[in-house]
Design a protein around this ligand. Structure first.
Ligand code: ATP
Ligand code: MG
Length: 137
């Protein structure tokens, strides 16, 4: 079994969609083994998206991630990283496949409802940024 890191972004909490998104996650066979609702600080958002710091949308992305609470999660399952990327759908919801979270719920490329890790190395780093080992059960 593999673990991946997930965020239900501010557009999800703002529209009261966290349960609806979790239902899609669980239906895909992923188990939510850790979950908490937090208000991201600027430092947390900048650290989390540091890989995008040179991109033109970076400031907007950081402001968005602080604009309402988020739900951070650890998901566990068979090939959890790839499975969740598939369930999330394309970054731009206009390109997302039917039935994916972003097709169902996302409004724009900036406000695209969920984050999921893209590789085992980033999953480990992202999980460790928000959870201690004994919070994952
Ligand atoms: P995430 O990392 O959030 O799971 P992703 O891996 O599908 O999404 P990335 O390329 O890593 O996409 O981009 C990170 C995030 O930056 C996107 O989810 C989106 O919120 C934002 N983003 C990406 N491209 C743009 C853009 N052109 N304009 C505005 N925001 C963008
Ligand atoms: Mg990404």
């Amino acid at each position: 079994l593999q673990r991946t890191f997930s965020i239900l972004k501010p557009d999800a909490t703002r529209r009261n969609l966290t349960g609806a998104v979790n239902a899609v996650i669980e239906k895909a066979g992923l188990r939510i083994v850790a979950q908490k609702r937090i208000q991201m600080t600027k430092g947390q958002a900048e650290t989390f998206y540091a890989v995008h710091s040179a991109r033109p949308f970076f400031d907007e992305l950081v402001e968005f991630m602080m604009s309402a609470p988020v739900v951070v999660q650890v998901l566990e399952g068979e090939n959890a990283i790839a499975t969740y990327r598939e369930v999330m759908g394309a970054t731009n919801p206009a390109n997302a496949a039917e039935g994916t979270i972003r097709k169902l719920f996302a409004e724009s490329v900036g406000e695209n409802t969920v984050h999921g890790s893209d590789a085992p190395e980033t999953a480990a780093i992202e999980i460790a940024q928000f959870f201690s080992g004994n919070e994952i059960v």
